[in-house]
Ligand binder design. Sequence first.
Ligand SMILES: *[C@@H]1O[C@H](CO)[C@@H](O)[C@H](O)[C@H]1NC(C)=O
Ligand SMILES: *[C@@H]1O[C@H](CO)[C@@H](O)[C@H](O)[C@H]1NC(C)=O
Ligand SMILES: *[C@@H]1O[C@H](CO)[C@@H](O)[C@H](O)[C@H]1NC(C)=O
Ligand SMILES: *[C@@H]1O[C@H](CO)[C@@H](O)[C@H](O)[C@H]1NC(C)=O
Length: 694
Amino acid sequence: MRLRLLVLLLFCIAAVQPLYRIGVGIADITGPPTDVTFMGYGKLDEIGMGIHLRQFSRAFVIEDGISRIAFVSVDTSMVGDNVKMEVLKKLKGKLPVLYDEDNLMISSTHTHSTPGGHMLYTLFDLSTFGYVPITFLSLVKGVALSIMRAHDKMEYGRMFLSRGELLGVSINRSPQSYLLNPENERAEYEYDVDKTMVQVKFENEFGTPMGVINWYAVHATSMNNTNKLVSSDNLGYASVMFEQKMNPDNLIGKGHFVAAFASANEGDSSPNIKGPRCQITGNPCDIPGPSCESDEQCVASGPGKDMKESTKIIAERLFEKAFELMKNKPEIEITGPIKSIHQYVDMTKEEVEYTDLNTGELIQGRGCKPALGHTFSAGTTDGPGLFSFDAGSNSSNNPLWNLVTNVIPNPSKEQIQCHTKKSILLSTGEFNYPNPWSPNIVSTQLAMIGPLIIICVPGEFTTMSGRRLRKVVAKEMCNGRVLCIPVIAGLCNTYSDYITTPEEYELQRYEGASTLYGPYTLPIYLKQYAKLAYAISKNITLDRGPEIPNFTSKTLSLIRPVLYDIPLSGHSFGDCTLQPTSIATWGDTVIAKFVAGNPRNNPMLEMTFLTIERLESDSMWKIIATDANWETEFIWRKKSFFWLTSEAEIKWTIPKNTKPGVYRIRHFGYFKHFGRRTLGRYYGTSQTFSVIDK
Ligand SMILES: *[C@@H]1O[C@H](CO)[C@@H](O)[C@H](O)[C@H]1NC(C)=O
Ligand SMILES: *[C@@H]1O[C@H](CO)[C@@H](O)[C@H](O)[C@H]1NC(C)=O
Ligand SMILES: *[C@@H]1O[C@H](CO)[C@@H](O)[C@H](O)[C@H]1NC(C)=O
Ligand SMILES: *[C@@H]1O[C@H](CO)[C@@H](O)[C@H](O)[C@H]1NC(C)=O
């Protein structure tokens, strides 16, 4: 009897032996927090002056015994192929050769509040005055480290999939374009943006949660273009909330549980759900730029009273849905083989047959050389462009912009013809100084894990473009399968701006004006991803596609180096010049100031510019918050004309339920020695203060 029980028990263990080996990892990728323009809004004066939330790379490695994939979500505006290439190179030296172009996917969350300059193509580095090596190096180092950590921690585990509808987080910011899609197609969907969150949960074989990845289509633009503190925005803060909940004893970015809120087809999906309004009058408006009376801006905001509160509310809604999906019974356990496929495509050489969905006309479409239309420069209602044009006009009142546009040759006849409805502002595909302005060659990639299909796309698909893409891929891959769930991983590997449907393109709003390869960009992608889907399901090997160029050595960098730092007269680096108040309580903001060096000297990867510390009963100081916490802000200010003396201000808003006790604030950093090129390390400590119960 006993023996039979034992045999039964053994059988059960054997039967539940998980299929997959899974590893999760997180690493810091924060770029230079000062002096560098943020990437996203293209606003030249949006120059970093500190940190609100740190940037992280979150990596997930999954293996089925034969193949593996690595999915990485990064808190950055976008990534270029140069990041993936450089990361693979770094891994080659450190890990067995298990990761390659085919199975590594790097998808960015598209936060608009992180330093730029890490792209190779000139257009994307315009607002940072060229390439910024330190942004690129931080990114590559962190992404590689997150993958190595995931790789090293691999253990047997399981994956579960859940889906849920989440309202109150997004609106369509170009609803007029969406309405140009055929009526019968729109009738298939309840909303004009996707409202479904798809989440994968990872558990080890003993049922301990390891992490989640979810995909939800919304722009990370709750922080607007007036923000100057590094922030991972709504998606990043949702990750932080989830991780803090699961790793209560760890500092942010140091815990075992990793939660990625990854991007999807967010092209026309805005988190500013109060919708666009004229800034002064508060009247509803529509077109970005100074479209309201008396030149006031038309911008969208909400749901909070300011951008910080809006970020928090959107992040909370995302987090709460994701947490609920994790707690509830999953829809399915994911089982089945892992496969992946990748191919580079030269979009300017592609041709495609397209049936116009409104007229039924059969069109021979082709990919154009990249070009941006006039409304590109006006920005969106999430962030009006600096170079605002009146709708329909061809010139701006900004001399710098006119200078740039005057240097660039006019579009050729061929370009004007190819881009049809687009009134071309920048024919970026015809201009190569000092480097190509936009990519011709893009990365296309698919991965499947049993029923889950990850469609890794090189840009920002609008809602309907994403829906069409999921359909096409499902048609090739889901034949006869009961469950088959395609998700779009946005801004993956390459960044090539937007992708609208040919119907949406007609209106030439921002998204259409930024659809680089012309009206048939989407049909070309549909054809390409159908090819990948067919190949992956039939086990056909594809060629690698054209070689992507590497022009790292030809990039220009106009950003001035830090000359040197000198302390405020009569002080040393790290001296506390403003002491915190002696007693504070929940909800209060405690402030301290320190004599500082330029934080650009060293972005303190895996470290912090500040700590909030509590005195423990064993008279040891325990760190309870860093510069990655929502409650803290690290703000850096120049104190003299030549930028040489500077000050760091540290703010801590005391969260509810903070333990009463004795606290202190510390600041850490590097300064550049006068007359030498070397860096010196410094730190400073404030006087203690008491936190009391409310
Ligand atoms: C950005 O948000 C702030 C509130 O946090 C608001 O005062 C400002 O007008 C907004 N600016 C734009 C361009 O949206
Ligand atoms: C703007 O330029 C395009 C050609 O690039 C031209 O067709 C259009 O008429 C111009 N619009 C105005 C208002 O000048
Ligand atoms: C797929 O193709 C590869 C070689 O191209 C081969 O080694 C492998 O066994 C094939 N797998 C299946 C399931 O047919
Ligand atoms: C690209 O070029 C740069 C500079 O020449 C070089 O350091 C880098 O390793 C190259 N990248 C790849 C992936 O080959």
